[in-house]
Ligand binder design. Sequence first.
Ligand SMILES: [Fe+2]
Length: 471
Amino acid sequence: MKKIISVSMAIVMLLQVCIFAFAHFNAPALTKAEWDTLYNSLKDDNTLPMLCVGADETEVGLCWHADKETAVAQVRVADNADMNGAETFTGEKTDAENDEQVVCRVTVTGLKENSTYYYQWYSDNGWSKSCKYETKSFGDHKALVIGDIQIGGQTESTEVQSMNGYTWNSVLAEALSKNPDASFMLSAGDNTSTGQTAAEWQTLLMPEALRSLPLALAIGNHDKKGMMYNYYTNMPNEYFGKYFEGLDRDFWFRYGDVLYLVFDACSPSAADHMAMAKEAVEANPDAKWRIGVMHQALFGPGYSALDPETMILLNAVFSPIFDSFDVDLVLTGHSHLQGRSHFIWESSVVGKAESGKTYTDPRGTVYLNTNAICDQGSFSGSAQYMAYSFYDNDVTTYTTLEFEGDTLKIETKRGDNSELLDSLTLKKTKDFKDNGILQKLHRFVYKFVEFLGIVYQKIDNVVVAIRGGHF
Ligand SMILES: [Fe+2]
């Protein structure tokens, strides 16, 4: 009877895959029973690939584990599912977290906009199945934002992992069914919960949607409890800095008119964060928009305002970077509460950013904090810098950033039915000038913060060693 039920479920899942193959994303919303079948068929492996954003819109990265004896770091790409005339891209093999495998990382280049591609990676069983990847517009574009996927619930329980994976898949299915034009997804960190097991990454990568949706994943304090992020991701322009240690790294990428700066805010190395931002901004002087991503909820809702580590230390490290490089929007997570700030400049509100309104050439930065995918928070109360807070936290949320011409439309929606919760439109008519007196002043004063950051890092190393890991 069990076999008959399993086969029936497999057929139902296959039919769903076929039906959704006609949509832009193959992102089926599975029932819990269907998800459990999928989860159980994949949970004892760790070789699912991650599709990652590239250095710009013409590239994507792949990362997967393979048997050391047979691994080939190659991906092939064609314009047809039969893979006729496929082009092969070769990458690198590096050590894995275990002795039996290696990590394969390949970057696919030369992609054209609004095109359909099929790709295969070289797996333990030879060339994988072919997966469809559709590029979108390379100018105007839409990015999805989520936070704290937090797979694992700080336990190795397969029930918890499967439940987390089911929730994650459900949000992906909902978000992608309503946003088939999304180019990629940003995560504000805490992608995993213990940061120490391959199983968390395998579960995170189970949703079929992720074969065709590139990810850009910031590092959170939970990812930092271990080193697994290092072996399961392939982010572009990774910046390992002068003082960064262990897992620490920032990265950046460019898509259309937008420069995305992704910080590892768990490292207090101010000198490295500033240097990364400077390098990225100088390499992209024509980018109309600059979007920051970091984990901790700087100017976030709820208890973030009371957290001295965030509002004193991280404020000192990151606010001058966002102020001096005219960053328009900063995406954060960590507090598991959805909320958005007014316009902030030098740590103060310099203008209202009311829900539903459009602001042209505003001064200051908007901070948007994401709810968690798994384990939503519960805290009410608000800081004066908040423009919007969502305290109905037993539901998931996701945010879209839609860049069109001179405007950026930011919309936050429920993760279960896409009901609009909050929106804000920014319009930009002036170019960023990186040589103003205020920019220079910020960076001069910042030398002192850089010094204190290094001192703090040394102290933090001792504290983390005593604690036995990051919180
Ligand atoms: Fe966190």
